[in-house]
Write a new protein. Sequence first.
Length: 124
Amino acid sequence: MTKSTEQWLVIGVAWRENAVPGSVPGGKEDIMPINRAEIIEEMEDNIRKYGGAMGEWCVGTAKDARGPFFQRHLAADLGDGLAYREAFTTDSARQVLDHLLAEGLRPDRTSIPDPGKIVFIYHP
């Protein structure tokens, strides 16, 4: 397994095939924070991997990856390319969010608006 695979927190087909401890809500390890440039790069890579135009994807932030929004995605096994990463600070997460919105992603409207350190994307 590559380091990139170990760091990715993807729910869907890739998660089922490459699951690692701590990569899903309720996992045994904490999410490891990374810098905003890495988050942006990995989110954009995920979009390319799953396909679709930038405007077809949603982006948001959350305080807790174990919340109802993430649990619903996990339980439903939507295969929607849901990916999430933890930034070092809420300001850094907001900068990632602003960048991805400027790239054409839509703001998420299904989760509770929560300025947190976790940035997530998915294809509805």
